[in-house]
Design a protein around this ligand. Structure first.
Ligand SMILES: NC(=O)c1ccc[n+]([C@@H]2O[C@H](COP(=O)([O-])OP(=O)(O)OC[C@H]3O[C@@H](n4cnc5c(N)ncnc54)[C@H](O)[C@@H]3O)[C@@H](O)[C@H]2O)c1
Length: 420
């Protein structure tokens, strides 16, 4: 059994700063606060161990505390080497949560933290990008037996889970939190939209107005990133591989073209596809001097760093989270946060009010899996509509907004197939 005393964190003296950060987000997460109150009374996770891998900053820390308030023994690790905040980790240890995480660990250390988290033999897991699930289904199958199920945060993790399910290899039920309305409509679109620009702007301290921004991928995240780039005064180009999304981007007022063309025009590039190598050698070769490259997709594979490095004659860090690559001929390209999610690796991630809904879904989704795992079977499960709707209702109540109700006549009218 691991306890908070077994934790591996950078520096416990950072804890006071971490507590302040957690207090700040807590004050802006009314939906999660309401769920916490119920969990404190009902203890849905009493006697259970929960392992969490999420971007380890203040909002996630508060989710871990809510799960703990529900009676669980919680162990947490990061889901990206650059998004862990050391002060938040120290604060969680003081609050009795076992933490295996540090900012910028070596790849080996990062992996060892994931494994240590699983070696606590959890009953339930919360994953972000599928790292815990992947380890459990490959090299550490010995730790599978006790896992009842879990919840997955993001698009990329759900793709990995669905691939496992399709091959008939998924060993426990997982809730697809990302696919809930109250997740992707707000977190992916408005959360990513705002926080990507926050990350880019605080890192570069350069103007966006008048520049050309290339957004690669017009999914839920890409829509937000493009919308906010437009709001900042940029000319926005979208690249896509999906004809329907491409038409949508066009109708939303953006220029649409292939990356081979867009690469020549962009001052800023933001990849957010969940795919690999969407910006690669042939694109670097035609980019403008000074172009700024960033990624908001889950893994750091969207901008091909190996090919960028191979084309470069020199590389240096010119500012925190900015690497300058000098190409043959003297052109310079700038890569933010090593191509990792720019909003988390070079910022604080999504606003607290957004993560309030996402993490409320995580909490009630995990509770649902725990109650029903035996009947659900080994599948990727969509969030039950009642839970999704409940989170939206709590959010409206917290905002002091009320909405209309159907009259009996309206309900009959909608339920009837006879014209009246
Ligand atoms: N940065 C964050 O905080 C954050 C938040 C949520 C999700 N994500 C991650 O962002 C990524 C995208 O998530 P989403 O919810 O927008 O997914 P999505 O499936 O809604 O959209 C992805 C889009 O990328 C397009 N695409 C795929 N390959 C492409 C290519 N080669 N060129 C151009 N377009 C291509 C797809 O057609 C699709 O429209 C995922 O990796 C997800 O895990 C990041």
């Amino acid at each position: 059994m691991s306890t908070a005393a077994d934790s591996i964190v950078k520096d416990m003296s950072l804890a006071p700063g971490g507590h302040l950060k957690i207090d700040w987000v807590k004050a802006h997460m009314p939906v999660l606060n309401r769920i916490r109150e119920r969990f404190e009374a009902e203890k849905p996770f009493a006697g259970l161990k929960v392992a969490i891998s999420l971007h380890l900053e203040a909002k996630t820390a508060y989710l871990a505390k809510v799960i703990q308030a529900g009676g669980a023994e919680v162990t947490i690790t990061g889901s990206n080497p650059l998004s862990t905040q050391d002060d938040v980790c120290a604060a969680l240890v003081e609050d009795g949560i076992c933490v295996f995480a540090k900012y910028n660990p070596s790849p080996e250390e990062y992996k060892s933290h994931l494994i240590k988290t699983l070696e606590t033999r959890p009953d339930l897991i919360i994953d972000d990008g599928g790292d815990l699930v992947t380890i459990l289904h490959s090299e550490r199958r010995d730790l599978l037996a006790q896992v009842r199920g879990g919840a997955e945060e993001t698009t990329t993790g759900i793709l990995r889970l669905k691939a496992l399910e399709k091959e008939g290899k998924l060993e426990f039920p997982m809730m697809a939190v990302n696919d809930a309305y109250c997740k992707y409509l707000f977190d992916n679109r408005y959360g990513t939209g705002q926080s990507v620009w926050d990350g880019i702007n605080r890192t570069t301290n350069l103007v966006v107005a008048g520049k050309t921004v290339v957004v690669t991928g017009y999914g839920w995240c890409g829509k937000g990133v493009a919308m906010r780039a437009k709001g900042l005064g940029a000319k926005v180009i979208v690249t896509e591989i999906d004809a329907i999304k491409a038409v949508e981007a066009y109708m939303d007022g953006f220029e649409v073209m292939p990356m081979s063309e867009a690469a020549k025009h962009g001052d800023y590039f933001v990849t957010v596809t969940g795919n690999r190598d969407v910006i690669r050698k042939e694109h670097f070769e035609v980019m403008k001097d000074g172009a700024i490259l960033s990624n908001a997709g889950h893994f750091d594979v969207e901008v091909n760093k190996v090919e960028l490095e191979a084309l470069s004659t020199a590389k240096r860090v010119v500012r925190k989270d900015i690497e300058e690559y000098t190409l043959a001929g003297g052109r310079k390209l700038y890569l933010l946060a090593e191509g990792r999610l720019v909003n988390l690796a070079a910022g604080d991630g999504h606003p607290a009010e957004i993560m309030d809904m996402t993490f409320a879904l995580q909490a009630v989704g995990l509770e649902y899996i725990n109650k029903n795992y035996q009947s659900i079977g080994k599948q990727v499960l969509n969030m039950p509509y009642e839970l999704d709707e409940m989170v939206a209702r709590y959010k409206l109540e917290a905002l002091g907004i009320s909405i209309d109700k159907l009259t009996a006549e309206q309900k009959d009218y909608l339920d009837s197939w006879v014209e009246s």
